[in-house]
Write a protein that binds this ligand. Structure first.
Ligand code: GDP
Ligand code: MG
Length: 376
């Protein structure tokens, strides 16, 4: 028989057996533990990073680590180094292949065998600082050839990761044998997120739990697993992708896909009381795209009215596109007209920009949740 450790008056009054009393005792203990957990969960801020693939979710999370002084461990830096080498070699391989398919003649025909060398790279081969040397000289030569630059300028016609240009412009430094990635390189490293990854950072003595998910179609069914106890959703949109199509099907416009995902989130009853903060990201790439005047928004978005190109200053022109077109596009998706939609224009690879934006976001979140965070 189980020893009787505790029996309240009502147990005795109802003539519970010692086993029943023990059972009741255990269940009360469990209730107290659950209550404590609930309290801890309520005392934390859970931020869900959502958005289509390549919108900048993981980059934003990297910035949170950098800004809050949580260094990347040496093993993680090593992993990023491998990713960077692969981003570069694969990126140049894509450009060489595109040059061929687009029938752009080499500026220097002697570069042809260097291009062939890149095409022979097996995407699954893991590279290190030594094996990267096999490709580095070819890559440097090819990046100087105007044929590759012309293919690069037509990149919206094929799939090229956004960071390739940054890495190719930094080849002299990256191809050194003693190369160590700096934070800016880590921020540009592209590796698609699979599954769900979480990172907790204490901010103002409150644990901020950032939840990062994979954004591509195949990854999105996993999103529902993290919809519990969400404080805020940070929804990222890649604003420069208005003229690009999805990796997944190579036909859906990326901005359209992003707006459809936003629709399912902002109008979801699960998130009724959750504040949603929209990040119109990749402003730097949008500026660059506008500056190059290679792509006209109204060609891809016929309901885009106005002529932003009549504005001579690229910055003014981009702000106009953001406010008059993109923000409106997302705001109009929201069925509840009264509910506020906070928004920011961001460049996730720019630490100073994210510092300022996150400060504002943090204030909004803390202010909105002050009661549940402080008073419990
Ligand atoms: N230039 C630029 N690149 C960005 C920006 N945000 C993200 N990227 C790059 O875009 C790629 C995709 O970003 P990532 O954070 O992996 O997207 P995710 O799929 O939403 O997690 C990475 O190579 C990033 O370095 C930005 O604001 N500007
Ligand atoms: Mg990611």
């Amino acid at each position: 028989m189980a020893p009787i450790r505790w029996a309240c008056a009502c147990c005795l009054r109802f003539n519970f057996s010692p086993e029943e009393i023990e059972q009741r005792h255990k269940s009360q203990q469990i209730d107290r533990m659950l209550e404590k957990d609930k309290h801890a969960i309520r005392r934390q801020v859970k931020l869900l990073l959502l958005g289509a693939g390549e919108s900048g979710k993981s980059t934003f999370l990297k910035q949170m680590r950098i800004i809050h002084g949580q260094r990347f461990e040496p093993e993680i830096v090593k992993e990023f180094q491998v990713t960077i080498y692969q981003n570069i070699v694969r990126g140049m391989k894509v450009l060489v292949d595109a040059r061929q398919k687009l029938n752009i003649p080499w500026e220097n025909p002697k570069n042809s065998p260097f291009g062939q060398h890149l095409l022979r790279y097996d995407n699954l081969v893991v590279l290190d600082s030594h094996t990267f040397q096999d490709y580095a000289p070819s890559i440097k030569r090819l990046w100087m050839d105007s044929a590759i630059r012309q293919a690069f300028d037509r990149r919206r016609e094929f799939q090229l990761s956004d960071s390739v240009k940054y890495f190719l412009d930094n080849m002299d430094r990256i191809s050194r044998l003693d190369y160590q990635p700096v934070n800016q390189d880590i921020l540009h490293a592209r590796k698609a997120t699979k599954g769900i990854s979480e990172f907790i950072i204490p901010i103002n003595n409150i644990p901020f739990r950032f939840v990062d998910v994979g954004g591509q179609r195949s990854q999105r069914q996993k999103w529902f697993q993290c919809f519990d106890s969400v404080t805020s959703i940070l929804f990222l949109v890649s604003s420069s992708e208005y003229d690009q199509v999805l990796v997944e099907d190579r036909k859906t416009n990326r901005l359209d896909e992003s707006r459809n995902i936003f629709d399912t989130i902002v109008n979801n009853v699960v998130f009724k009381g959750v504040s949603i903060i929209l990040f119109l990201n990749k402003t730097d790439l949008l500026y660059a795209k506008l500056r190059s005047r290679q792509s006209d928004i109204s060609q891809h978005w016929p309901n885009f009215v106005g002529d932003p190109y009549s504005l001579t200053d690229v910055q003014v022109c981009s702000q106009w596109i953001f406010n008059v077109f993109m923000y409106k596009l997302f705001r109009e998706t929201k069925r509840d007209r009264v509910r506020p939609l906070f928004h920011h224009f961001t460049t996730a690879v720019d630490t100073e920009n994210i510092k300022v934006v996150f400060n504002a976001v943090k204030d909004t979140i803390l202010h909105k949740n002050l009661q549940s965070l402080m008073l419990e």
